[in-house]
Design a protein around this ligand. Structure first.
Ligand SMILES: [Zn+2]
Length: 212
């Protein structure tokens, strides 16, 4: 493959095949983990706006989709970081990691995250340590929606550049914090190092939402 060839096109048959195979493997793995295809309510809605109901993470999209969009933003920035400047020279990836394979890598990471997130160990940890009291894992359609959001984030970052992407990421974190008392940062903190005060504050949001 020539350098010119490496930089041409954001998709190729080979990379598209890898993406589809990755998503198919994710679906199979999630079914093995016991996840359902679609919300048990049976409503055909593709979007559910409330995070404090049993519909959350069971339809195609919900407010948490924004977090997965952010994954795509951050993956783009990470790949830009390891392929340019001094870091790019160290990794030697500068001209050998075209956009289409970065996209495959992003989808692989997103799908691996979905499978890990829906493993019995992580689900149990979410239920005991975080605000997700009734969390039973995502539905398969929600995981597919999450991967699509990650891809959308990836291409958004590609279009607007790293600087605007980081600003957009921070804006999404703040909006999520204000609206659903949860975001990617809190998600990671609560999974790795749960803090009781944050859990209390998030649970209060839960009660306020139910009281409405
Ligand atoms: Zn539902």
């Amino acid at each position: 493959m020539t350098t010119a060839g490496a930089n041409r096109g954001v998709i190729s048959w080979a990379s598209l095949l890898c993406i589809l195979a990755t998503v198919a493997l994710m679906v199979v793995a999630m079914r093995f983990e016991g996840r359902i295809w679609w919300c048990e309510c049976g409503e055909p809605d593709l979007w559910k706006s409330s995070v404090w109901t049993s519909h959350c993470s069971q339809h195609l999209l919900d407010p948490y989709s924004a977090s997965h969009f952010s994954h795509g933003l951050l993956f783009w920035c990470f790949f830009a970081w390891i392929t340019t400047g001094a870091v790019g020279r160290v990794t030697g990836l500068a001209s050998r990691f075209p956009v289409r394979w970065r996209l495959v890598a992003a989808v692989l990471l997103a799908a691996a995250w979905e499978v890990a997130e829906n493993s019995p160990w992580v689900i149990e940890r979410y239920r005991t340590a975080t605000m997700s009291l009734d969390y039973l894992g995502d539905s398969v359609i929600n995981a597919v929606g999450d991967v699509l959001c990650c891809i959308a984030g990836f291409f958004t970052a590609r279009a607007i550049g790293v600087r605007w992407t980081l600003l957009l990421f921070m804006a999404i974190e703040l909006v999520m914090l204000a609206t659903i008392r949860d975001n990617l940062t809190l998600n990671v903190i609560m999974l790795v190092w749960p803090i009781e005060a944050i859990k209390q504050w998030q649970t209060q949001g839960h009660e306020v939402a139910w009281a409405r």
